[in-house]
Design a protein around this ligand. Structure first.
Ligand code: SF4
Length: 489
């Protein structure tokens, strides 16, 4: 290893940064559009710490063929659980060629001993502080085997190297993260494992976040933060600063943050048009068992009413397979989503990720069935279930997706909105997202994904005050459309 370092630090470096494709991205059910949404922001963030003269090649296997024939000095690979085996192969390949290989990310932090077998250096936890520390050691020819995140801050970071991102290959190139982590502690979430040993929720300076937004072209933004409203003071100041910037944006928030105070109104005024909400389960026992306290005794329908009254579309997240689920959970969950007119639903089979309390508990109870990480994709059952058989769970999960996204349910949910504009937005957004796969594939193949942004922006445009807008369809007209056999699957 010492020799590797000695020879490779004399001049500028050739640096390869790789996001290997998730295994599920190549399954027969692969929806290329789903994996062409966001660029690899984490790698572009770390690239900002490299020397401006270094030659950097950032590759994302979800949107391009990897070139593995090159001879980089330094290789940095981001590892998630379902790309882990692939990441290790790529790491071994480059180590055999004499490159110095770095691995980091959620899976590396959860299972450092496993990852270390394939790397010269591994990073545990967020790397904004440890990566520059490594670079200094590497240039001094004294890199360590393991770098653990020590200082947790987002203050005064260099601007993300967005010039390395191939913008036209992504539907949402303007994704950004202005916070790290989350103030909550759900047992099935990676969050606590990744941020072990330090702060697990912190924010950028508001001015830095606003400056980053200013630098992004166009109108649309997607905040990839786990919980954009997690720090009310920060969020309030951010939204205040965004007023008048003429942006439309999407992000994620928890149930309690939507119900408390008037933060969600401020967000809507700043341009929030759709939000990812972790409803997860309707069972209080499941919520308690998962330590998802922020959802307990909360009125989910009130969350929906509040968001819809502000013209904000909802992407609801739901987990199947918690210990108190029964065979009716799939039907109940789909019906609730349609009746409450949520725009899109993301369903998951419960997955005990290594490093989480859920995994530790299940392992202690002998319930973990496999360590084939490729199957930890939230579509397969990898643990001994209770209340449902594994077969019932996988079947129910697949049924829920099919049922929620049937045309009849999309139309029924769309027509529940008060205003014509909200009805059309719902129809276009959900139908466009789930029902036009060949068209998306064609657009991806012809390299025009980025050209779809204006369409997305217009779908996300503001819905007026619903009380003042005329309702264009009455109940009879709605039911005529719904009963048209053409809409039934
Ligand atoms: S609220 Fe979401 S991000 Fe936060 S700990 Fe729970 S699952 Fe994780």
């Amino acid at each position: 290893m010492y020799l590797k370092v000695l020879f490779k630090t004399q001049t500028t470096m050739k640096v390869k940064m790789i996001l290997p494709a998730l295994t599920e991205a190549e399954s027969p059910f692969w929806r290329p559009i789903k994996y062409s949404l966001f660029p690899p922001l984490g790698l572009a963030t770390l690239a900002a710490f490299l020397d401006p003269d270094d030659e950097i090649d950032l590759q994302d296997q979800h949107v391009e063929q990897l070139n593995l024939d090159d001879e980089p000095d330094l290789v940095l690979i981001q590892v998630y659980i379902t790309n882990a085996f692939r990441a290790y192969k790529i790491a071994d390949h480059y180590r055999a060629k004499g490159a110095y290989v770095l691995l980091g990310g959620l899976h590396v932090t959860s299972l450092p001993e496993e990852a270390a077998q394939h790397a010269d250096t591994i990073f545990l936890g967020p790397a904004e502080e440890s990566f520059p520390r490594f670079l200094a050691d590497y240039r001094n020819k004294r890199p360590h085997k393991v770098y653990t995140s020590q200082v947790r801050t987002l203050h005064n970071l260099p601007p993300v190297r967005r010039d390395l991102i191939k913008r036209n290959r992504y539907l949402v190139p303007n994704s950004l993260i202005v916070t790290r982590g989350c103030p909550h502690h759900c047992d099935f979430c990676y969050k606590d494992a990744f941020f072990t040993g330090g702060k697990s929720f912190y924010t950028q300076l508001v001015d830095d976040a606003l400056a980053e937004i200013e630098r992004l072209p166009g109108k649309h933004l997607y905040f990839l933060d786990d919980h954009l409203l997690g720090n009310p003071k920060f969020a309030s100041e951010l939204f205040e600063g965004m007023k008048g910037m003429n942006r439309v944006f999407q992000g994620a928030a928890t149930i309690d943050s939507i119900l408390n105070g008037n933060l969600i109104e401020q967000a809507a005024e700043a341009g929030l048009r759709s939000v990812f909400v972790g409803f997860e389960t309707f069972s209080p026992e499941n919520l308690r068992q998962s330590n998802k306290n922020q959802n307990i005794a909360r009125n989910y329908e009130e969350v929906v009413r509040r968001l819809h009254s502000l013209g904000i579309m909802i992407n609801g997240s739901f987990v199947f397979g918690l210990d108190h689920d029964d065979k009716d959970v799939f039907r109940r969950t789909v019906d609730w989503g349609v009746e409450n007119a949520i725009t899109t639903a993301t369903y998951h089979v419960l997955t005990p990720y290594p490093g989480t309390r859920l995994f530790q508990n299940m392992e202690a109870e002998g319930r973990i069935l496999t360590r084939n990480w490729d199957l930890y994709d939230t579509r397969h059952v990898v643990y001994k279930t209770q209340g449902l058989t594994a077969e019932e769970l996988e079947k129910g999960y697949n049924w829920a997706y099919k049922e929620f996204y049937s045309w009849s349910n999309i139309i029924e949910a769309s027509f529940s909105h008060e205003s014509a504009k909200h009805i059309l937005k719902h129809l276009f957004y959900t139908g466009g997202w789930k029902k036009f796969e060949p068209l998306w594939n064609f657009i991806i193949k012809t390299g025009g994904l980025n050209n779809m942004l204006p369409l997305l922006e217009s779908i996300l445009s503001k819905v007026g005050n619903t009380k003042k807008e005329e309702k264009v369809f009455n109940k009879e007209e709605t039911s005529t459309v719904l009963n048209d056999p053409a809409w039934k699957q």
